[in-house]
Design a protein around this ligand. Structure first.
Ligand code: ADP
Ligand code: MG
Ligand code: MG
Length: 251
């Protein structure tokens, strides 16, 4: 589903290479986790895939179902089925959460040449999905993420994901700042979306999220590259021994 080949990325503003040849293939129906020390390039990878400004791809490719992502506008990537849940979800004062969700859903439908969701249908679906994530009606009416707690913001990200039904979901440290209960809610939300036609790339610092979202494959990223790939046991090894041993082995 997602295929990244020899991806090299530098900052546009300064001559700093951040990704130095990332190779990664995520198959449909699978959950891949990326772990790695701070500053290794995990967030940069998710930003580049979603089309954020400020980065320059100097080499390599990234395709979603065979389509080159790196040449698309961010909204085209979303229409193609890519979703990024942010490490730090942004507050959008003045834009109601419902309005935001409905606009996003219908923009995506339009880009795919599908009919808009009616107001009644939208309300029904959003209420159902919000309930499963313990998001109350009041949170749906408030401006997007404005004044939400860390846990509420993350749950709201998962609600967006549930509404947009993407093919490829990237979660960048969705667990950071979550208490155990919020993490369980977020993980349950993700697990409910696991499907043979959908894949996940879960970026995390800690094993604890992976206790709830069991990955099929675990990758370790260091200094702009994937340096080791294994099964869930690799995450446990990181938890026990840290990165130092793994990295000295990998070099
Ligand atoms: P991770 O998510 O693995 O912690 P990041 O992708 O956030 O790593 O960062 C990788 C490296 O790139 C770090 O050294 C970081 O300081 C640098 N970096 C990323 N984006 C920028 C930016 N916009 N300006 C300056 N440095 C950046
Ligand atoms: Mg970081
Ligand atoms: Mg990061």
């Amino acid at each position: 589903m997602l295929e990244i080949n020899n991806l090299h990325v530098k900052l546009e503003e300064e001559d700093k290479q951040i990704l130095k040849g990332v190779d990664l293939t995520v198959e449909a129906g699978k959950v891949h986790a990326i772990m790695g020390p701070n500053g290794s390039g995990k967030s940069t990878l998710s930003y580049v895939l979603s089309g954020r400004d400020g980065y320059e791809v100097t080499e390599g490719s990234a395709t979603l179902d065979g389509e080159e992502l790196l040449e698309m506008e961010p909204e085209e990537r979303a229409a193609a089925g890519l979703f990024l849940a942010f490490q730090y979800p942004v507050e959008i004062p003045g834009v109601g959460n419902m309005t935001f969700l409905r606009t996003a859903v219908n923009a995506q439908r339009k880009a795919r040449g599908e009919a808009e969701m009616s107001a009644a249908e939208f309300l029904k679906v959003v209420r159902e999905k919000a309930k499963a994530l313990k998001i109350d009606a009041d949170m749906l009416k408030r401006p997007v993420n404005t004044g939400f707690s860390g846990g509420e913001k993350k749950r709201n990200e998962i609600l967006q994901m549930a509404m947009l039904e993407p093919k490829m979901c990237i979660l960048d440290e969705t667990d950071s700042g979550l208490d155990v209960d919020a993490m369980k809610l977020v993980s349950d939300g993700v697990n409910a979306l696991r499907d043979a036609g959908r894949a996940f790339l879960v970026i995390t610092h800690y094993q604890r999220l992976l206790d709830h979202i069991t990955p099929d494959v675990v990758h370790i990223m260091a200094d702009g590259r994937i340096v080791k790939t294994g099964g869930p046991e690799l995450a446990l090894e990181v938890e026990r021994n840290g990165y130092a041993d793994l990295l000295s082995e990998a070099v």
